[in-house]
Write a protein that binds this ligand. Structure first.
Ligand code: EPU
Length: 428
């Protein structure tokens, strides 16, 4: 397994203007892998997870469960996890700071040990991101919750069945609740749950462990077990990586075929790409072709929970809007501070005005290469996309954000004809 420092290279240098052409395989989903890695703490025998992307975030998740006593072997996308001998139930501050999704360890630890101590996550670059909804479910299930010295201490003797309606739709909140209630043998009811494909992938895993889960509309009925079985599971393809590569193909005026994707998860992204003028041809359930043979049309985008347009694709689509013939409007409804890429895109010549949660983007003739800084994962992807079409050279710095969530992105883009190079970390 690689060390964390092997991911911290500093910059991409991109020569813009090459249309991307060819075939590319989409990696396993980051946001599906993370809860499934945490769920592997639940059974008492060895579990196997396939199609796990090799990323900074998955590595952090492995480190976290190893620090709790699990043993992990990760090779060629296959993780073999033995959580028989856990000895700890604490997620330390440095892990939670490195990756907020570390909070996903709360549900499984409570279900298995009846105890969890997790550093209280602070705000992050895209918003405040409270975890009150996670805690409300734990509390209803009988957990005692105390915040001491920056840590949340949770303790429960026997998990009680829960009937709960989420006040906001939350992806990791739903996942944590499902993993927690897997440890309760009586029937619980969760309303207003998230239906993202990543949540459904976790549901599949929990069912393989012997948990009974039925979902209708946004309501889940769940009955757990005290003896959860080990599982073998192949993680779904990453729909956000797929969407990013589709935008790359269309934006650069190329023709890209995506393989190993799940077309059914890409509905709203395909719809918006078609509205922008892309030709999207569905080749099979797992493969599609994207190409462009005209101008980019302006868009009206409003981010929403699945099956709506994903917030994780908002920054990438903004780059399309920067070069569209006309004025686009992008409204970010999920996170309150997810427009940090705007200032960097403006440095490249984009015409964008932000008011509250809406960005008005007036299309320009071209973007020009510049030195720009990543602020979060999807913002960095948008800067790479902008670099691929900009005139001249773009240097995208702080790409450790990108390395959290895109497996071998530059290799994939290079295989499609992009000129992109990774600069080693600057010393000092
Ligand atoms: N929220 C609350 N209270 C809670 C939980 C959430 O108020 O207890 C609010 C959040 O502040 C936010 C909204 O609800 O405004 C939705 O947040 P959600 O909990 O759904 O986000 P998350 O679970 O923390 C996951 C993904 C994000 C993705 C969002 C939305 C993982 C590990 N992360 O985050 O992915 O943007 O759902 O789809 O699954 C990324 O991959 O770049 C990324 C940020």
């Amino acid at each position: 397994m690689k060390s964390i420092t092997s991911y911290t290279s500093e910059a991409f240098v991109i020569q813009g203007g090459k249309p991307l052409k060819g075939r590319v395989k989409v990696s396993g989903s980051k946001n599906a892998s993370l809860p499934i890695i945490m769920a592997s703490l639940l059974p008492r025998e060895v579990s196997i997870i396939e199609n796990v992307p090799d990323l900074l975030d998955t590595l952090t998740a492995f480190e976290l469960i190893k620090s709790l006593g699990a043993s992990v072997d990760f090779q060629n996308g296959v993780a073999t996890i033995d959580a028989r001998y856990l000895r700890d139930y604490k997620a330390p501050d440095e892990m939670v700071r490195r990756m907020r999704a570390s909070v996903l360890v709360m549900g499984p630890l409570l279900a298995k040990f009846g105890k969890a101590v997790v550093s209280m996550p602070g705000g992050c670059s895209i918003g405040v991101r409270s975890i009150d909804q996670h805690l409300k479910v734990f509390e209803k299930g009988g957990a005692n919750i105390e915040v001491k010295h920056g840590y949340i201490h949770l303790q429960v003797d026997k998990i009680k069945p829960v009937e709960h309606t989420f006040e906001v739709i939350t992806v990791t909140g739903t996942e944590n609740a499902l993993m927690f209630l897997s440890g309760c043998e009586r029937r619980s009811l969760l309303r207003n749950i998230a239906l993202e494909p990543e949540v459904m992938d976790l549901v599949d895993v929990l069912k393989k462990m012997g948990v009974e889960i039925e979902i209708e509309d946004r309501t889940a009925v769940i009955r757990g077990s005290s003896e959860l079985k080990s599982f073998k599971h192949t993680v779904i393809p990453d729909r956000i990586e797929a969407g990013t590569l589709m935008v790359a193909g269309f934006l650069t005026g190329g023709e890209v075929v995506l393989e190993n994707t799940r077309v059914e998860h890409l509905g709203s992204v395909i719809e918006k790409l078609r509205e922008a003028g892309a030709q999207v041809e569905l080749l099979s359930l797992n493969s599609l072709r994207v190409k462009r043979d005209g101008d980019i049309k302006p868009l009206v985008i409003s981010t929403a929970e699945y099956p709506g347009f994903p917030t994780d694709m908002q920054a990438q689509f903004m780059v399309l809007c920067c070069l569209a013939k006309g004025v686009s409007e992008i409204r970010e409804n999920i996170f309150e501070n997810r427009f940090q890429h705007v200032a960097e895109l403006q440095r490249m010549g984009a015409n964008i005005h932000v008011r509250d949660r809406t960005a008005i983007v007036k299309g320009v003739e071209k973007l020009s290469g510049a030195e720009v800084y990543s602020t979060d994962l999807r913002a960095s992807a948008s800067l790479v996309l902008a670099g691929l079409v900009a005139e001249g050279t773009t240097t995208v710095r702080d790409i450790h954000h990108l390395d959290r969530g895109y497996e071998k992105l530059e290799e994939k883009l290079r295989s499609l004809g992009a000129t992109i190079e990774r600069l080693p970390r600057r010393e000092g």
